[in-house]
Design a binder for this molecule. Structure first.
Ligand code: UT7
Length: 333
């Protein structure tokens, strides 16, 4: 029997209009364009403004564009998984809210929180539903309004994050394209270095937690940086080795966009030239679960059927992983 693979058949994205640049940030906190560019590599990030707007608004826009582009009716979708650390609300799932906004009526849906690895984990989960043969059209959407949990008084985190969303359609194929292999890992020891202190069941919201600014991202940059550099590069090299891929065989690396230095270290360990690495951190910053689809969306026209692509992530948890896929269509058509 021919093996069913899960392959990406289209991509859509959404970015809010407002752009926050380093000059404006340096009026808000004690920082400079030079520090941010040297240490992180970010020039601008998109920020969602407007009362009552949340991650689902960006997610719904990305999904609508995806449906339009792939000529897919919302009622034909079987499953929608939303990767996010900034859900509209603790419940119901943002996936359900997006479904309602775009008219997806015949699907089940849920959110998946794996920090910055959320999109990769969701793609891995969606893969299983498609490969089982039971589900034919699955949407994976990474949607984040990071600006809702960024402390704009903390210069160590506020330059890093941006808002955005990206969505892919995953469908079965027997032509050999699609997801070939993946390595997924997590280790809760890392939670000490990257988390949100209050607002969960351990420490529900009170006046005190709000006054202490505990509903924002807390990050100890250096231990996160060290773990990201070694783990993201390790799993990327491991997936190459176990699939007998040399750097010449790889068309593109799609790395999580957390820090230009982490991306460069990963590419170096994989022996890949910069031209083969998708990098948009300078424009969009770290959009958490939306970084990978935003890269693929920007590079779509350059992608060719059969391209070998490695996705690699690292994020809160800690969570990390890599995926090897063969691209399924010519992006310029
Ligand atoms: O996506 C989720 C996973 N997250 C990551 O992968 C992030 C990993 N971490 C990083 O990317 C980096 O650690 C940061 C970008 C967060 C920080 O860069 P760093 O090179 O590790 O800087 P540092 O924390 O060691 O700070 C160096 C200095 C400190 O001053 P002193 O103590 O040396 O006087 C900081 O106070 O830089 C100072 N600093 C700043 N200066 C100007 C920290 N933030 C800023 C700032 N502007 N925005």
């Amino acid at each position: 029997m021919t093996k069913i693979n899960a392959t990406i058949t289209g991509i859509g994205a959404a970015l809010p209009e407002y752009i926050l640049n380093n000059e404006e940030l340096s009026k808000m906190v004690d920082t400079t364009d030079e520090w941010i560019m040297t240490r992180i590599g970010i020039k601008t990030r998109h920020i969602l403004k407007g009362e009552g707007k949340g991650s689902s608004d960006l997610g719904a826009e990305a999904v609508n564009k995806l449906l339009e582009k792939t000529n897919t009716k919302p009622e034909d979708i079987d499953l929608i998984i939303c990767a996010t650390v900034t859900p509209d609300m603790p419940f119901p799932a943002t996936a359900n809210i997006i479904s309602d906004k775009v008219g997806i009526k015949n699907a089940f849906g849920f959110d998946l929180n794996a920090g910055c690895s959320g999109f990769l984990y969701s793609l891995a989960t969606a893969r299983m539903y498609v490969e089982s043969g039971l589900y034919k059209k699955v949407i994976v959407v990474g949607a984040e309004k990071m600006s809702s949990i960024v402390n704009y008084q903390d210069r160590t985190t506020c330059p890093i994050f941006g808002d955005g969303a990206g969505a892919v359609l995953l469908e079965p194929t027997t032509d050999g394209s699609g997801i070939q292999d993946m390595i997924l890992q997590s280790d809760g020891y890392g939670r000490a270095h990257l988390h949100m202190k209050a607002g969960g069941s351990v420490k529900p919201a009170t006046h005190e937690t709000v006054d202490a600014r505990e509903h924002f991202i807390y990050q100890e940059g250096q231990p996160v940086f060290k773990a990201a550099v070694s783990n993201m590069a390790d799993v990327s090299v491991e997936i190459m080795e176990r699939n007998n891929l040399t750097s010449d065989d790889i068309s593109w690396l799609v790395p999580h966009q957390a820090n230009m230095r982490i991306i460069e270290a990963t590419a170096k360990r994989m022996n890949l030239p910069k031209e083969k690495v998708m990098i948009n951190i300078q424009e969009f910053g770290n959009t958490t679960a939306a970084t990978l689809p935003l890269c693929i969306w920007q590079w779509e026209k350059q992608l060719k059927k059969g391209d070998n692509i490695i996705l690699a992530t690292f994020g809160a948890g800690f969570t990390w992983g890599s995926m090897y896929l063969k691209w399924g269509y010519d992006g310029n058509k």
